[in-house]
Write a protein that binds this ligand. Structure first.
Ligand SMILES: [Zn+2]
Length: 136
């Protein structure tokens, strides 16, 4: 995956990618760092992890998402990473469940915009509320 995106395959890059792949929610830099350190005996310093997250984001492998708390969170880039649920209490960002009808609605809206002379390039949907953990 790193090779395919022209990135150097370093131990830190592989670890960060593994951490992001294992999560369905977006993680802060601190959370990625803590998980990398838990998973490995070797030390990971915060600057290295920050640089890896930056490179993954620039290469389009990860998305850098801003929560309404102003903290950046990172998630592996896929079709679902632009369709998110944000908890207003803990600011966790999670992918919305897949929904074939939603895809159809977004495509219909795109066609409708094109008919009006606009050229849609991307869409993002964010639903805010309270997550299951914070509701208890
Ligand atoms: Zn929450």
């Amino acid at each position: 995956m790193l090779h395919a995106h022209g990135l150097r395959v370093t131990r830190a890059a592989v670890s960060v990618l593994a951490v992001l792949s294992a999560q369905s929610a977006a993680l802060t830099h601190e959370e990625v760092l803590a998980t990398c350190r838990l998973a490995s005996e070797a030390g990971f310093d915060r600057v290295t992890v920050y640089r890896v997250l930056d490179r993954l984001t620039q290469a389009g492998l990860a998305d850098r998402l801003m929560g309404s708390d102003g903290v950046a969170r990172f998630m592996l880039h896929d079709a679902q990473s632009s369709q998110l649920f944000e908890c207003e209490a803990c600011h966790r960002l999670q992918s919305l469940p897949e929904d074939a009808e939603l895809q159809a609605v977004l495509e219909r809206l795109s066609r409708s915009l094109r008919r009006r002379g606009m050229k849609p390039s991307e869409s993002a949907l964010r639903i805010r509320g309270t997550c299951a953990d914070c509701r208890h």
